[in-house]
Design a protein around this ligand. Structure first.
Ligand SMILES: C[S@@+](CC[C@H](N)C(=O)[O-])C[C@H]1O[C@@H](n2cnc3c(N)ncnc32)[C@H](O)[C@@H]1O
Length: 257
C-alpha cells in the first residue's frame, strides 16, 4: 500500500493508523501502555500531536519540505510515531533505532530501515547524514553520561543545520513523583527539586546493570539551564516549550552547529 497517495489530513491519517482498521499491526493496549504510559485513543492523540509538532518545527526552522527529509526516530520503541511519517516521506528515507531488539520486532512490518543501537553509542547504526532526528521520551530516562554519549552520536549523525527534537521532563514530574519516583521520601523529593533549581541534571536510576560504569536508564529531569549550559557547544537551542498533549513532556528543538 502506498500511503503517500492518500489524501487525508493529519488527524484523519492518525485515526486510520490507530483505529480498528489500522493498515499496520498495533501492539496490545497493555504493551502500548507499558512502553508509552498510556494506550488507545489517548496515546493516538498524543502521538499525532507530536508528529504535527515535528513537521511544523522542521519546515519552519529549515524552510524545507518534510517530504525531502532523511529522518531518524531515535529510541523508536514499537514505531508508534515513525509509522505516521509514511504519509509524507518515502520509506527509503525513514529510519528508526532502539537499544531493545525485542520491541524493534514490532517495526518489522513498518516500511523503512530499522536497527538496534548501542546503549552508550559512539555512533549511530546507520551511515546516513540525517536532516531530522527526534527522540520522544528517551532523554526523559537516560543517565548523565549515557545522555551525553547519545547527544554526541546524534550530533555526528545530523547534517550541519539539521534539526534535533527531543522531549525532557518538566519540574512538575519531580513534584508529582512520576513513575519510579513515587517511592521517594519528602526529603528526597525536596533534594531533587533543589538540584533542578540549581540547573543540575536530576537522575533517579532504575535497578539494573551498569554499562561502562553507569546505570544507563531511570527517571530523568533535565532543567533548561542544564541544556543551555551543556548542549550549546553542539546545538543551538531554538525552542523550549511545554508539550500541550502531554503535560509531563517538554519539547526541545535544536539545530546542529
Ligand atoms: C519511554 S520509551 C519511548 C519509545 C518511543 N520513543 C515512543 O515514544 O513511543 C523509551 C525508549 O527509549 C529506548 N532507549 C532506552 N535507552 C536508550 C538508549 N541509550 N538509546 C536509544 N534508545 C534507548 C527504550 O528501549 C524505549 O524504546
Amino acid at each position: 500500500m502506498n500511503f503517500l497517495d492518500l489524501s487525508l489530513n493529519d488527524n484523519e491519517w492518525g485515526n486510520l493508523m490507530f483505529g480498528e482498521k489500522a493498515p499496520l499491526t498495533l501492539p496490545s493496549d497493555s504493551l502500548q501502555a507499558s512502553w508509552c504510559g498510556t494506550s488507545g485513543k489517548s496515546l493516538a492523540a498524543q502521538t499525532v500531536a507530536f508528529y504535527k509538532l515535528i513537521k511544523r518545527s522542521y519546515e519552519q526552522h529549515t524552510g524545507l519540505p518534510i517530504k525531502d527529509a532523511k529522518l531518524l526516530d531515535f529510541g523508536c520503541g514499537w514505531g508508534r510515531i515513525i509509522r505516521l511519517f509514511l504519509k509524507d516521506i518515502v520509506p527509503e528515507k525513514i529510519y528508526g533505532c532502539d537499544v531493545d531488539s525485542d520491541i524493534l520486532n514490532w517495526c518489522k512490518s513498518i516500511p523503512g530501515n530499522f536497527a538496534v543501537s548501542e546503549t552508550r553509542p559512539e555512533k549511530l547504526p546507520f551511515s546516513v547524514d540525517f536532516d531530522l532526528i527526534y527522540a520522544f521520551s528517551v532523554f526523559t530516562h537516560l543517565g548523565k553520561e549515557t545522555h551525553m554519549d547519545c547527544l554526541k552520536a546524534l550530533h555526528a549523525g545530523l547534517r550541519l543545520g539539521g534539526i534535533l527534537i527531543v522531549t525532557v521532563r518538566p519540574k512538575e514530574f519531580i513534584h508529582s513523583r512520576g513513575i519510579e519516583m513515587k517511592n521517594l521520601s519528602d526529603a528526597d523529593v525536596d533534594n531533587l527539586l533543589r538540584k533542578f533549581d540549581n540547573g543540575d541534571y536530576v537522575y533517579f536510576p532504575y535497578n539494573m546493570a551498569p554499562v561502562r560504569g553507569e546505570i544507563p536508564y531511570g527517571d530523568t529531569v533535565i532543567p533548561k539551564k542544564y541544556i543551555l549550559d551543556h548542549w550549546q557547544s553542539l546545538f543551538d537551542v531554538i525552542e523550549f516549550s511545554p508539550f500541550a498533549a502531554d503535560p509531563m513532556q517538554v519539547s526541545v528543538v535544536l539545530r546542529k552547529k
